[in-house]
Design a protein around this ligand. Structure first.
Ligand code: FAD
Ligand code: NAI
Length: 475
């Protein structure tokens, strides 16, 4: 006997679980299917983000940052900390607890919002009168029918040909988040977001870390001035980043792993390490979804083809998050999930792709929203720029972390903010002000005229806005 729902969501990551909650809030009888299992085989909703992504990586970044502070920065505050040790097993166990709290939180939210949760793999069986039949296989074996289906099946780590993940020596993000002890030598391929965050964790804990990057430029999507400043800080910390390499053969042995590569000059090199993390991007996941059973259209990358409203080629079938085009970010997935649920309800759900913030949670943190200076130049847009260094910010001095700056880019004629770029302490939090400003189409003068608490890091935001008009007060 099949179970009838108004809306069935396949995938319980940030795109899927949030879509399910919003659909239920809007009065739809909603089900969410997710197959992720915890170590006991039980449900672990939350997807990549909760289980092997955003949440566990930030837990490890926090633990490793405490360790680095205790070892390297306490002394300047007059605190003597001797014999500081890192118990890696305890750090990983803490991270697992944080993950479980989030898994349990989502199960609680499903109950609270009356979303029916099914633990197993969901796949399209066929189109039926009044919608689609979806089989659930796993802990739950059920047949569901719904008129509206939201696919939010996420993404998986991209492997390098000839170097499959064994999660022991060659690690994806999954293995990288549960290394049992500090490797003496750690190699990473890909100096993107994961490479920098995971490289930072294990460097802080004492590993000798080398990141090999294929492109000749560092963080090409980031504003050049900000990327340059970040690179300087990472170099100082001892995070070795080699740009413009071409990866050759990767061999594993009992001792570890050996990566053959050509450096930027074309010279043959070998990097030996205990472990290798491969972080070269992610691929959309439609494995076992049964897309072919109903004729759901995928592109050449395997992503589900959607229009700007997240509609697929099938009536009543929508797709959101990492499995569709656009940045692979949890908050982008969530926004799309909410917007789709609202569109199903006949409302005007909206996602503004121009104001999706990016954050890289290294130290210094890197955050941005809107256009970079190089993009504005390429597009021939006339702009004014203003920067303010944390070196001149009182709170940053008190914190003992004056690396980096805030940078505003505003339209030369109208002064509308076109982009805000930051590198420095806690900029993951500071960027929200810039997002709000850009959503409200604020000018740099608007921010410059707003009273910001003193002493706070946010004063650097105000000062950078003042700098657009060349009238900083503290620099
Ligand atoms: P996912 O989170 O991948 O969820 C998809 C879910 O669907 C999974 O639970 C999967 O098991 C399930 N599923 C798939 N197929 C089926 C099926 N057929 N039936 C049932 N269930 C199925 N983003 C940020 O914004 N900030 C960060 O700090 C951040 N850090 C990250 C760190 C790492 C190491 C990684 C790898 C990613 C990080 N991301 C971060 C990216 C973020 O995790 C993703 O953008 C986000 O999880 C995408 O959400 P989603 O719902 O589209 O997919
Ligand atoms: P990424 O796209 O950020 O970086 C991949 C890097 O690998 C790029 O610099 C690319 O040039 C390089 N590369 C690709 N192929 C290569 C090759 N063959 N040899 C050498 N270098 C190569 O991807 P990453 O780090 O795997 O992360 C995946 C996604 O997950 C991110 O793009 C982001 O969407 C998301 N994420 C977000 C985080 C955040 O918001 N803080 C944290 C971690 C991941």
């Amino acid at each position: 006997m099949s179970k009838q729902f108004d809306v069935v969501v396949i995938g319980g990551g940030p795109g899927g679980y949030i879509a399910a909650i919003r659909a239920a809030q809007l009065g739809f009888n909603t089900a969410c299917i997710d197959e992720w299992k915890n170590e006991k085989g039980g449900p672990a909703p939350g997807g990549t983000c909760t289980n092997v992504g955003c949440i566990p990586s930030k837990a490890l970044l926090q633990s490793s940052e405490h360790f680095e502070h205790a070892n390297k920065h306490f002394a300047e505050h007059g605190i003597t900390a001797t014999g500081v040790k890192m118990d890696v097993a305890k750090m990983i166990a803490r991270k697992d607890t944080v993950v479980k709290q989030n898994n349990d939180g989502i199960l609680f939210l499903f109950k609270k919002n009356k979303v029916s949760f099914f633990h197993g793999r969901g796949s399209f069986v066929k189109a039926v009168d009044g919608g689609y039949e979806i089989a659930v296989k796993g802990a739950a074996n059920e047949t569901l029918v719904a008129k509206q289906v939201i696919v939010a099946t996420g993404s998986n780590a991209r492997a390098l040909p000839g170097a499959p993940f064994d999660e022991e020596t060659i690690l994806s993000n999954d293995g990288a988040l549960r290394i049992g002890g500090v490797p003496k030598k750690l190699a990473l391929i890909g100096a993107g977001v994961i490479g920098l965050e995971m490289g930072s964790v294990w460097r802080r804990l004492g590993a000798d870390v080398t990141v090999l990057e294929g492109l000749p430029t560092f963080l090409g999507a980031v504003d050049e001035q900000i990327a340059k400043e970040a690179k300087k800080a990472f170099d100082k910390q001892g995070l070795k980043i080699e740009l413009g390499v071409k990866i050759g053969e990767i061999k594993t042995s009992k001792k570890g792993v050996s990566v053959a590569y050509a450096n930027a000059k074309g010279e043959a090199q070998t990097l030996d390490a205990d472990k290798l993390i491969i972080s070269i991007g992610r691929v959309p996941n439609t494995i076992g979804l049964g897309a072919e059973a109903v004729g759901l259209k995928l592109d050449e990358r395997g992503a589900i083809v959607v229009d700007e409203l997240c509609k697929t080629n099938l009536p009543g079938v929508w797709a959101v998050g990492d499995v569709v085009r656009g940045p692979m970010l949890a908050h982008k997935a969530e926004e799309e999930g909410v917007a789709v649920a609202e569109r199903i309800a006949g409302q005007h759900g909206h996602v503004n792709f121009n104001t999706i913030p990016w954050v890289i949670y290294t130290s210094p943190e890197i955050a941005w929203v809107g256009k970079t200076e190089q993009q504005l130049k390429a597009e021939g847009v006339a702009y004014k720029a203003g920067t303010f260094p944390f070196l001149a910010n009182g709170r940053a001095r008190a914190l003992g972390d004056t690396t980096g700056m805030v940078k505003f880019l505003a339209d030369a004629k109208t002064d509308e903010i076109l982009g805000v770029h930051m590198v420095g302490p806690m900029v993951s939090e500071l960027i929200s002000e810039a997002v709000v400003a850009m959503e409200f189409k604020a000018s740099s003068e608007d921010i410059a005229r707003i009273c910001h608490a003193h002493p706070s890091l946010s004063e650097a935001t105000k000062e950078a806005a003042l700098a657009v008009d060349k009238r900083t007060l503290n620099f």
